[in-house]
Design a protein around this ligand. Sequence first.
Ligand SMILES: [Zn+2]
Ligand SMILES: [Zn+2]
Length: 393
Amino acid sequence: MRKATARTNRILGSATPSLESRENAARGKYTLLRMTHRVESRPLPDADVIDLRRERAEKEDRGFVIFSHPLKAALQETFAAGEQAIILINRRGYAPYLLCRECGNDFRCRDCSVTMTVHRRSGLLICHYCGSRKTIPAKCPLCSGEVLQPIGFGTEKVEERFKRDFPSIAVDVLDRDSTRKKGALVRILDRFRSGKTQALIGTQMLSKGHHFPNVTLTAVLSADSILGYPDFRSAEKTFYLLTQVAGRAGRGERRGRVLIQTAFPTHYAIQHALRHDYESFYESEIQFRRTFHYPPVTSMIAILFRGANATGVERAASSCGRMLEEAIAPLAGTRMQGPAPAPLSRIKGVYRFQILLRSPHRVALRRAVEGVMGGRRWRGADVAIDVDPINIL
Ligand SMILES: [Zn+2]
Ligand SMILES: [Zn+2]
């Protein structure tokens, strides 16, 4: 895309521009230059979805399918042909949480509102938000129950399952845990590039930037991990991740293949990513944003209240909320959500409340918020104001 201003002609180059940039192009702020040929005109890889609702999970996996039958078959074919595969799972550790079968305790971090991730190899439960850790207990501390089950899966469990199902195939894991030691990242990538390993299991760290000519299969084990976030950008983020992934299989001479496991095979973000159809994705997504009054159709301001005392934070948020309500009343079409606990309601012992404002009147909304917030301090809470926030968790 070309940004046209009086003196500059900046080219914003992207196969998948952000929705904001594309919307600016639609409004005439940028000029849209379409590039219709892929580098060297290599064909795009074949991309398919695997409908997880039709797959049966192994009993010990409690409803979670790790390698579906079609994916297993495709992996076998790939290795038999002497080619390589990349397996993406956007979660590190063994499982996202541990569950007590007796009382339902899910071992949440004492300081954060999230479950602690099971890291079986190191024998630890680790909070991925604050880093606090404790030994995986033998018994539930609440009810002394002895049946504690890891639920879901991350890179560590995928590796375990891969080694069981493909015992003769050399595999590495690339995630934040496996690359902590100096030089480890380079070694893992070198082994894969030279063909010493035939499969690489990795997190999003692996989804872009690398070039492996012998990779002909890329598998996404769960496309739904992002779609499920309470974030209006989750479809957009899913679309970007999947198009990036789909773009990287078969960058060499051979035609590549991409397999995406999902329980929502007909979701437009997944369907359009499969076909690399940015324009159709944009049309569907902008329609969704229009219907629900989300950016870039509206302007959004997120106001986050943080403090060590839950009551103090809530009180500050509600008195601010009342003032904002009055301030935005004259602005037609302006909406206020909250104050309410943020989706991550507590991190590192700090309580978090949130107010979200959305309005078609960008400048007037900013002025209204400045009028209420400008120079004011709130007892019991620190306040952060984020205009057009990227994350609202
Ligand atoms: Zn229990
Ligand atoms: Zn924590």
